[in-house]
Design a binder for this molecule. Structure first.
Ligand code: HEM
Ligand code: NAG
Ligand code: NAG
Ligand code: NAG
Length: 425
């Protein structure tokens, strides 16, 4: 048995779901945590299976996009029409009943255009290539997101990841040894207070699915704050509202350091989704297409869900969206409405995170935090056990973290962050 097998096995036999930090706090009713685990397991039985796994459609010399291939950097030059005229391999193809889709509209849309495997079982190289070729995400951010996704919810040996439900039998080398919940796995990468997804506990342990009422609410913030634009100010105000709602209604609300990524994801609405990226307009038509939202007065909130689609005549942003760009937006959005990191122990009974993590102290990101502090915090999120998922991540520290350190160190070198050593041998 290799060290990795052993580590995976230990994780499978110990209490492997998240909530490690909350469970350890005084006064926590851990029966709620058991229920969460139960609900999560129940859900996993119904993950669709498509026997016909085709990889992402290959990039041809005629339609190279940024030229990103095999998990390597492309040209970092965007302003490209996606899909290119004539590139039928990447035409919109809605998912079938056996295809997996999940909480991320950016990845769902990419899969619906065959930039990722159409069945929703993808891998590191596909993720890194597609983010660059479709959205002109910078190579550094593309790698960071792929590492975080695979580390939290996929398999570091095969680098495979389900973009939705648990498909361990298809992502793991040794499926019996541990469960890889896919991107729907709660509180590792997928969190509470999403823009358009209901909090996990409020929906019977299940829902990465689009919620029309939340889409309507987000739109009302775009309308009232920014004249219909889904921009920084509108999303900062809406995210603040989502947090306050969760504190008041979700007894198991958890907002850990990884939740900072949700501010990053919110910035994608105005930095990556508009045609020509941040030079374009983050308007309703664009959001409808990427979120798969259709007006329908008979649907909840007045919005029905259809498969996510790249808008017609759409061009990727011109300059790459890099780690330092997303860092700047995360900080700007957080600081408009600073919130405590921590969790609810019962409805409206919020306890701040007492364990320091990176620059987070006493449950807050200090107002004097700088963009480079947040930049290094992103590295730490990728390479350390994070309080939101203690029991999961610490059980398999060596293998998981070594994967991330190996991928991230080259990208964070000489940027002023303290790097962790690679474990060679
Ligand atoms: C490997 C790359 C990526 C991974 C693993 C990933 C994963 C995720 C996950 C797990 C969520 C759910 C978080 C939550 O709300 O709890 C999410 C949300 C989101 N992602 Fe991604 N993502 C990736 C890249 C992208 C890209 C390139 C875009 C845009 C072009 C994007 C756009 C979004 C948006 C807008 C949300 C928020 C959805 C909502 O809250 O309703 N993502 N992503
Ligand atoms: C999520 O919730 C919605 C509304 O209750 C439901 O229609 C959908 O089937 C749920 N998603 C899954 C995967 O069960
Ligand atoms: C959708 O979100 C609204 C507002 O938070 C909530 O009342 C409703 O229960 C959610 N619906 C589902 C199916 O989760
Ligand atoms: C850690 O990752 C490096 C590649 O970055 C690899 O050479 C090394 O063998 C790995 N060590 C362990 C213990 O897995």
């Amino acid at each position: 048995m290799t060290t990795l097998d052993f580590l995976l096995l230990s994780s499978a036999v110990s209490t492997a779901w998240g909530y490690g930090w909350v469970a350890g706090q005084a006064g926590v009713d851990s029966s709620l945590l058991r229920e969460a685990r139960y609900a999560n397991h129940k859900r996993q039985n119904s993950c669709p299976f498509n026997p016909d796994h085709k990889g992402a459609a290959p990039y041809s010399d005629t339609y190279p996009y940024t030229g990103a291939k095999n998990g390597l950097p492309g040209s970092q030059k965007g302003g490209i029409k996606v899909p290119a005229d004539g590139d039928t391999a990447h035409a919109y193809t809605p998912p079938g009943a056996n295809d997996i889709r999940g909480p991320c509209p950016g990845l769902n849309a990419a899969a619906n255009h065959n930039f990722l495997s159409h069945d929703g079982i993808t891998n590191f190289n596909e993720l890194v290539d597609a983010q660059q070729n479709v959205y002109n995400v910078g190579y550094d951010l593309a790698v960071l997101l792929a590492v975080l996704g695979i580390q939290a919810d996929g398999d570091v040996v095969t680098t495979k990841l389900s973009i939705g439900c648990d498909a361990t039998s298809r992502t793991a080398l040794l499926p019996l040894l541990g469960s890889q919940p896919g991107l729907n796995g709660h509180n590792k990468f997928e969190g509470d207070t999403s823009l358009t997804r209901t909090d996990y506990f409020l929906n019977d342990g299940d829902n990465y699915s689009f919620n029309g009422s939340l889409f309507a609410e987000m739109k009302s913030y775009a309308d009232s704050v920014s004249g219909g634009k889904f921009d920084l100010n509108a999303l900062a105000a809406y995210r603040s509202r989502r947090y306050d709602d969760s504190v008041q209604t979700n007894p198991n609300f958890f907002f850990g350091p990884l939740s900072l990524l949700l501010f990053g994801a919110a910035s994608f609405l105005y930095e990556l989704f508009p045609s020509y990226g941040n030079a374009g307009t983050p308007d309703l038509a664009t959001m409808k297409s990427f979120f798969g939202a259709v007006e329908d007065s008979s649907a909840p909130g007045g919005w029905r869900h259809v498969p996510e689609k790249i808008p017609e005549n759409w061009f990727s942003r011109v300059a790459p969206y890099t780690n330092s760009d997303v860092t700047r937006e995360i900080l700007a959005m957080y600081l408009q409405y600073p919130k405590l990191f921590g969790g609810n122990i019962g409805t409206n009974n919020f306890n701040g995170l007492s364990t320091p993590f990176g620059i987070i102290r006493d449950g807050t990101l200090p107002t004097e935090a700088t963009a480079s502090d947040v930049f290094c915090l992103l590295y730490q999120l990728g390479t350390s056990a994070v309080p939101s998922s203690l029991s999961v991540v610490t059980d398999i520290t060596a293998a998981l973290l070594n994967f991330s350190v190996g991928k991230l160190n080259p990208l964070f070198q000489n940027q002023g962050c303290a790097l962790k050593p690679d474990q060679t041998q």
